[in-house]
Design a protein around this ligand. Structure first.
Ligand code: PLP
Length: 480
């Protein structure tokens, strides 16, 4: 008996020791995280853009190799630090290359906690209150869009995936049997020539086919032309095809243009087509009292997607799709799984309306931001990005050395400097570690595209951007 009691006490103490040891390792790793983060913040200030590492030199400059044996703590810490400090700095004030950038503290905190908790957002049993967090984001977004009470939505890993979800729902609505029997006949869909490349990819994924995608003409500012849309739909009907979907864009990837949603909604209604708005880039204008007029007519859509990781500055990825009638979400995505859905009912088991099984908690980082600044604060973030873009636009419009290609109401400012080809200027700025900036094309022209999506930037950062671009061009490229 005494031996049994002794063994039980020993086991308890041993378990306690193991637990303490695990905690100690975690705390050490959190200390390492903090020290690397502090070094990174300093490095971002001193060297906002890194000279790129040649891909072929990567494995000789950094110890990335994975081996049979692990490394000791000290080596591990050094390798990790080197890796982090050699990685492109997307949060710096000189990163203008993509449609995301900057670092929002509250949102980063939310993301870190989501990783620590490591829930999966498919069931209430496993997600708990985080399910409420996701539902609240969807509910409030639907209100801002003026969708009706029966609207719903979900989060998916990125704007390409939320577009895919919309396209699948549209296909299933048009051809109920596609879900069970596979596709038949020739469905066709319509989007502007300026829309995102996920649309043709998804057209293939949903079994409709890339060749059934019709590119509708865009006007001089990059907005879809409703007359051409109507013309193309009628032509397809005449040829015996089955039009099923129109995809408008709120913020086209290059020009940042907003399609004429009221007109598109009327045409979609007339021909009984699903109307989706891809707002991955600038759908967050729903938060701005100054700019939500750009989304006039969006409430008439069947689905609307937007990325909080673009204009609102949450960490990647955070993409929402809102659906006017939640029935379609269930019809296209629900599947029974007795081993998974065991409690709480469909409304709180978010896996029932998802593309995925295991789901990251992408909601918390958006919620921490929204909760801390309020809806008003999110509107101010959006307004500030337009202010930054207007500041940049005014500068290039007032300077004869620049040719301007963009228009007001866009956070992408497009221009060329003197006669320097945009690809040469952007690639050399990158190679020399001066600025991270990309280029785009529209209507036969190629130009530099400055994206003012980092709400942490100031007018002074925009001024410095132009100063550095000009100095670099004069020293390295003019008349060369
Ligand atoms: C208009 C538009 N739609 C969709 C996407 C895709 O979003 P994600 O990168 O989150 O997949 C982008 C990305 O730039 C975009 O600009």
């Amino acid at each position: 008996m005494k031996i049994l009691i002794f063994l039980l006490i020993f086991k308890k103490l041993y378990l306690l020791f193991l637990q303490k040891n695990t905690q100690k390792i975690m705390n050490n790793d959190l200390d390492l995280f903090r020290s690397i983060a502090e070094e990174l913040f300093e490095a971002e200030k001193l060297e906002p853009v890194l000279k790129p590492m040649e891909p072929l030199a990567l494995f000789s400059k950094l110890d990335i190799s994975l081996n049979q044996e692990g490394v000791d703590e000290e080596t591990f810490a050094k390798l990790l630090r080197d890796l982090v400090l050699s990685t492109p700095r997307t949060a710096s004030r000189k990163f203008f290359n993509q449609l995301f950038g900057g670092r929002n503290s509250k949102s980063t905190l939310g993301e870190l906690l989501a990783v620590l908790l490591n829930n999966s957002m498919y069931t209430y049993k496993v997600g708990g209150p985080m399910i409420g967090v996701e539902k609240e984001l969807i509910h409030r977004s639907n209100e801002l869009l003026n969708y009706p009470a029966e609207a719903d939505g979900t989060l998916a890993p990125g704007g390409s995936m939320t577009n895919l979800m919309a396209m699948l729902m549209a296909r299933d609505k048009a051809q109920d049997s596609a879900r069970t029997e596979g596709m038949r006949g020739q469905l066709c869909l319509y989007t502007s020539a300026e829309s995102h490349y996920s649309v043709p990819k998804n057209a293939a994924f949903i079994g409709v086919g890339r060749n059934q995608l019709r590119y509708v003409k865009a006007d001089a500012q990059g907005r879809m032309d409703p007359t051409d849309l109507r013309f193309q739909i009628k032509k397809d009907i005449k040829e015996g095809k089955q039009p099923f979907l129109v995809i408008g864009t709120a913020g086209t990837t290059v020009m940042g243009a907003f399609d004429p949603f009221e007109d598109l909604a009327l045409i979609a209604k007339e021909f009984n087509l699903w109307f989706h708005i891809d707002g991955a880039y600038c759908g967050s204008a729903i938060f701005s009292e100054r700019y939500n007029h750009l989304l006039q007519g969006a409430a008439a859509s069947d689905s609307f997607s937007y990325n909080a990781h673009k204009m609102l500055g949450t960490p990647l990825s955070c993409s929402l799709i809102l659906v006017k009638d939640k029935r379609f979400l269930y019809e296209s995505f629900a599947n029974d799984a007795d081993y998974l859905y065991q409690t709480d009912g469909d409304d709180y088991n978010l896996g029932k309306t998802s593309l995925q099984c295991g789901r990251r908690n992408d909601a918390l980082k958006f919620w921490t931001l929204w909760k801390s600044v309020g809806t008003k604060g999110l509107g101010e973030i959006v307004d500030w990005q337009f202010d930054l873009a207007n500041h940049a636009l005014k500068y290039v419009q007032g300077n004869p050395d620049y040719t301007v290609y963009s228009y007001p109401n866009s956070i992408g400012v497009c221009f060329n400097y003197k006669d320097i080809p945009a690809n040469v200027l952007c690639n050399q700025l990158y190679q020399s570690g001066e600025l991270m900036i990309g280029y785009g094309q529209f209507d036969g022209d190629e130009f530099v595209r400055l994206v003012t999506v980092n709400a942490g930037n100031t007018f002074a950062d925009i001024d410095v951007f132009f100063q550095e671009l000009e100095q670099f061009a004069e020293a390295n490229l003019v008349n060369s």
